[in-house]
Ligand binder design. Structure first.
Ligand code: MN
Length: 427
């Protein structure tokens, strides 16, 4: 199945503002609700949201083998289940419909009125029903920084780290789309020099700059996914803020790893950008030494050049960019993560989500968490309004942005923005 949707010379009859994350070469997938309370699967070009359920009803997907209500659903799971061939056929068809040379929908005002919405007039919902959520820990720079702070500066990386894409199973129940506020968690912490824990709102709420990938049905229980086939099962990627409570984390994480410090909230950007759309931005990942075991070995370009940025916006004030990082810094590739995840026969389903782990670069301005940016609170960041941050304050909004850019096109993710509300009072 050829991928014609990436042609960088193609123009759309829908206006695309300069530097938009969503040119006609992107065609991401999401779920939105209109002002009339209609929920639909859709895509986006420029600042226009496109109702794919309406397009299907009007016959625009004729000739593609789809169930009748494929796009009139409130999740993408069934579409994702159909596999890469269907994703390509649909993406290819969408670029044909919106190609500046194609008059069929362009010149049909009646159809356009029910298909196209201004993004200001819709609300984005969670794009998939996430069955299982796994978070990796695949940035060497992040793992080294955290190891230095939480354990031993001399032996920051644990001995397994260079051999295994380390991960843990999270919870999908508290993953929310961009725009939904989250609450500062309450929990147990052990104050410095104290012998007994105390209870109360976390004092050290942090963001984690991550991306996540969404999978399709990949394997039967018991069957691993070979590393060189893993990408076939990755539908696409989103931006991901894996909210973390560092004081709760520090007290609880030994010996079984993260628990309540992580599962109170995680935010994702609502448009899933397909791996097909990211194809032009493949790059070689970092050199892996020692050489991984054979089931994790791959050659070629398995990393993606995705610029990532984090900003903090206090209430009633301007935002300040606090980090600029890049997905290409990741030590372990998504294929290696998926191959490792299934090497024991673990089953992967349509709509599962895998977080990359915090993505830190090598320089202090590219670290992917406040924990690292302020080095555990020792070096506060001064925001543009003059206020100081060691971690995230109540009513701050954390905004993650991400995009790929070459000489010809820009493919972006939009934003993952969420506000931290004060903790619920517990007596
Ligand atoms: Mn994380």
């Amino acid at each position: 199945m050829p991928n014609i949707a990436n042609d960088p010379t193609r123009k759309s009859w829908i206006n695309v503002p300069e530097n938009s994350d969503f040119p006609i070469q992107n065609i991401p997938f999401g779920v939105f609700i209109t002002k009339e309370d209609v929920i639909t699967i859709g895509t986006r070009i420029g600042n226009s949201a496109i109702d794919m359920g309406a397009l299907q009803q009007l016959g625009y997907f004729e000739g593609i083998d789809l169930t009748d209500d494929m796009f009139m659903q409130d999740t993408l799971n069934d579409f994702i289940s159909d596999g890469k061939k269907t994703w390509r056929l649909v993406r290819n068809r969408l670029v044909e419909i919106f190609d500046s040379e194609n008059s069929k929908l362009r010149d049909n005002k009646k159809h356009k009125d029910v298909v196209i919405f201004d993004v200001k007039d819709i609300e984005m919902l969670l794009p998939v029903q996430i069955g299982d959520y796994t978070d990796f820990y695949s940035s060497k720079e992040h793992a080294t920084n955290v190891g230095k702070m939480f354990r031993d500066p001399e032996n920051a990386l644990l001995p397994n780290w260079l051999h295994i894409p380390v991960g843990y199973h999270g919870r999908s129940s508290t993953i929310v789309p961009s725009g939904v506020s989250v609450r500062r968690p309450n929990g147990q912490t052990l104050p410095a020099d104290a012998k007994e824990p105390v209870f109360g709102p976390s004092k050290l709420v942090d963001f984690e700059l991550e991306t996540a990938f969404i999978t399709t049905d990949a394997n039967l229980m018991g069957e691993p996914i070979p590393v060189d086939q893993a990408e076939e099962y990755i539908f696409g990627m989103v931006l991901f803020n894996d909210w973390s409570a560092r004081d709760i984390q520090k007290w609880e994480y030994v010996p079984l790893g993260p628990f309540l410090a992580k599962n109170f909230a995680s935010s994702i950007s609502p448009w899933i950008v397909t791996m097909d759309a990211l194809e032009a931005f493949r790059v070689t990942g970092p050199e892996q030494s020692p050489t991984p075991l054979p089931y994790l070995q791959q050659s070629g370009e398995n990393a993606f050049d995705i610029n990532l940025q984090v900003a903090i916006k206090p209430e009633n004030s301007e935002e300040t960019v606090v980090s600029n990082s890049n997905f290409k810094y990741m030590y372990w590739s998504m294929s290696q993560q998926l191959a490792h995840h299934t090497i024991n026969g673990c089953r992967i389903n349509s709509g599962d989500m895998m977080g990359s782990g915090t993505i830190s670069g090598s320089t202090p301005d590219s670290f992917g968490s406040m924990l690292e940016l302020t080095w555990g609170g020792k070096n506060p960041i001064i925001l543009s309004d003059g206020s100081e941050r060691k971690f995230i304050n109540d009513n701050d909004t954390v905004i993650i942005r991400g995009y790929c850019q070459n000489d010809e096109i820009r493919i972006g993710f939009g934003e993952c923005a969420s506000k931290l509300l004060p903790a619920i009072e517990i007596k």
